[in-house]
Design a protein around this ligand. Structure first.
Ligand SMILES: Cc1ncc(C[n+]2csc(CCOP(=O)(O)OP(=O)(O)O)c2C)c(N)n1
Length: 353
């Protein structure tokens, strides 16, 4: 079957699968900087959680190429629908780093999209973004705009009804949307084989007569080229595409999970040989674009950027606790009113002490 082949450009040793392929040097360096920045960001956020500075955190280490490569293919006017694991995609497309940190600090300020980018706040209810992305894309087509939607989701999301409803509608209406599945092998502790009887995620598109492709999600070139082609097809009226990016999350599902209960450390270590950053590094070194000094400089700069972001985020004043009673219910039932008034009198006493 066409979509069962894994599309790949960059070999593990940093050579190109097709010697005739031309890679833009500037773009490759830009990709490298973003991959490094995001890995450092991710590791530092795990540390913040360990220090009690954020509540919980969903790490994406291992999935950087899938997220950076796909987000780099978007145009300014496009719409991004990310999940709780897609901070690298969000950062790449222009969501402010500090807001991502605030999001994990539980702050409402972290959910406000940037002024100049259509980026939804991270979706936590699995697959709900899929029909919404299809709807946004259809609206854009209806209004004769050129914006496409890009929806991210995991392999587990493809077992939800929303996935099938969203794909069905998008295909019927030829909505300009790209469905980007990061197949990282697990939905929390449930391996892909217990999640779906389908051999691949990509083949699920057949039911909706939709184009699909299965790619190496740790190959940033393959991810970028595939997403760019899918977006161009969507923009030119050819309808949606389902991309299955095969990748792996090295760490736990979130900081609240213990992966040793459902998979071996040998398994996750074996994926390190397919690491997206090492592979690009090998390519850049072969091309003479990266040496020890440049590499260290890029790491230092990324480290500084993330440290600055964290410092800035931690300096935010404490939230006004009364906001928990606002913006949720237009008409508050008696019990919520009672809690609000008890809370207000408590706060008054507290401030008078
Ligand atoms: C509708 C819904 N059901 C269940 C959950 C609980 N839950 C949180 S993450 C998760 C697994 C999702 O796996 P996958 O879609 O593969 O994404 P990944 O976390 O691997 O990126 C589940 C079941 C949820 N958030 N929403």
């Amino acid at each position: 079957m066409e979509q069962q082949r894994l599309f790949q450009i960059l070999e593990l040793d940093g050579t190109l699968r097709d010697d005739n392929m031309v890679i833009n040097e500037k773009l490759a360096m830009e990709m490298y900087k973003l991959l490094v920045l995001n890995r450092i960001f991710d590791r530092k956020l795990v540390n913040m959680q360990r220090k009690g500075q954020i509540g919980t955190y969903a790490s994406f280490e291992g999935q950087e190429a899938s997220q950076v490569g796909s987000a780099m293919a978007l145009l300014e006017q496009d719409w991004m629908f990310p999940t709780y694991r897609d901070h690298a995609a969000m950062l790449t497309f222009g969501y402010e780093m500090v807001k991502i940190i605030w999001y994990w600090m539980g702050r409402i300020e972290g959910c406000i999209p940037p002024n100049n980018r259509n980026i939804l706040p991270p979706y936590v209810p699995i697959a709900t973004q899929i029909p919404q992305a299809a709807g946004a894309a259809w609206a854009s087509k209806y209004k004769n705009e050129s914006a496409c939607s890009l929806a991210y989701f995991g392999d587990g999301a493809t077992s939800e009804g929303d996935f099938h409803e969203g794909l069905n509608m998008a295909s019927v209406f030829k909505a300009p949307v790209v469905f980007f599945c990061q197949n990282n092998g697990y939905a929390i502790s449930v391996p892909l084989s217990r999640q779906t009887a389908s051999e691949t995620i990509a083949q699920k598109a057949i039911a909706y007569d939709m184009n699909s492709i299965r790619i190496d999600g740790n190959d940033v070139f393959a991810v970028y080229v595939t997403t760019k082609n899918a977006l161009e097809a969507a923009r030119s009226g050819k309808g949606p595409t389902l991309i299955e990016a095969v990748t792996y999350r090295y760490g736990p599902h979130t900081t609240a999970d213990d992966p040793s209960r459902y998979r071996s450390s040998e398994e996750s270590e074996s994926w390190r040989s397919r690491d997206p950053i090492l592979r690009l590094e090998a390519y850049l070194r072969r091309q003479g674009l990266l040496d020890q000094d440049t590499e260290e400089k890029i790491h230092r700069e990324a480290d500084r950027l993330v440290n600055d972001g964290i410092q800035y985020a931690l300096n935010i004043p404490k939230p006004d606790p009364t906001i928990m009673f606002k913006n949720v219910l237009s008409e508050k039932p008696w019990n919520i009113q009672e809690q609000e008034s008890n809370f207000n009198s408590f706060m008054e006493r507290y401030h008078h002490q």
